[in-house]
Ligand binder design. Structure first.
Ligand SMILES: [Fe+2]
Length: 278
């Protein structure tokens, strides 16, 4: 057993880690098979009740802003491609796997926030045509805090921990490590790895509260994903809570420079984001 597998094994024993559903394993199998066709993927998607209709609902949402409505899953697979369908399916199936979890937090509120960040990321990416796909940026936003449901399941005082951090306007990592000896970023990384999310996405989850990550990383996908995530978090915070996101003051200058957003473009982007969701 490698050190990573040992760590994963220990964390899985200590926390509730949602199991990967069989349908996701089948989807990945089709995608990894170079001989497979779109029809093979469609057959797998149609074998699971509700999944294809949930995929269509997601694709036809304002997040992806398609020119016309996609009516069936065959059309969705041919238009979006297998990898995009995999990203969207993974998000749907993960949310399903934890929605019923016992939790000291409202998971409905949690997923509302995660979905808002995911939508904001896809919006920013679409508007400035960065190198990542809209569905991939959506996945980063959707999964970035995926360790939190497992924390709120295990620790009954986790809500109080987050309230303290909100009051101090800081992220929760330091207090989590002090109180629980691990953090939602580490647990999120382990969950994302177990669910087979791409390596760069897993690393963004692990480092999403590391204010120096942009200068430490040498991977362009990680740098773009991290930068869009921090900007999206900030937009959502400003819009829902009327204040800056906890890390924004520390990363603002580097993130805006990296995304090539001067103050005029930044203000314009935020105004268009607000107009879109209000
Ligand atoms: Fe976080």
């Amino acid at each position: 057993m490698t050190i990573f597998e040992k760590a994963l094994d220990d964390e899985i024993r200590a926390f509730y880690i949602p199991k990967k559903p069989n349908i996701l394993i089948q989807i990945r199998h089709v995608i990894d098979d170079r001989e497979s066709t779109n029809a093979d993927l469609v057959a797998v998607l149609l074998s699971e009740r509700y999944l294809s209709s949930e995929i269509l609902e997601a694709i036809n949402s304002s997040t992806f802003a398609l020119d016309r409505k996609i009516q069936n899953i065959q059309h969705a697979v041919s238009l979006m491609g297998k990898h995009a369908i995999n990203d969207i399916s993974t998000a749907i199936l993960f949310r399903r796997s934890v929605i019923e979890l016992r939790s000291c937090l409202s998971l409905e509120v949690f997923w509302g926030d995660a979905t808002d960040v995911a939508n904001a990321m896809a919006f920013i990416n679409k508007n400035h045509r960065y190198l990542l796909s809209d569905e991939y940026t959506y996945s980063i936003g959707f999964f970035h805090d995926c360790g939190i449901p497992a924390f709120s399941n295990k620790f009954d005082d986790y809500k109080e921990t987050l309230i303290i951090c909100n009051g101090e306007k800081c992220n929760s990592v330091t207090l989590e490590v002090n109180k629980y000896n691990t953090s939602h970023t580490v647990l999120g990384y382990l969950i994302a790895t177990y669910w087979g999310l791409p390596d760069d996405l897993c690393k963004i989850i692990l480092h999403h509260h590391d204010i120096d990550f942009l200068s430490k990383s040498r991977d362009i996908n990680e740098q773009i994903g991290f930068s869009i995530l921090k900007l999206a978090e900030h937009f959502v915070h400003r819009n829902k809570r009327y204040c800056e996101s906890p890390d924004w003051q520390h990363v603002k200058s580097d993130v805006l420079n990296f995304l090539k957003l001067d103050i005029k473009k930044y203000i314009d982007l935020e105004q268009r984001y607000c107009a879109l969701i209000c």
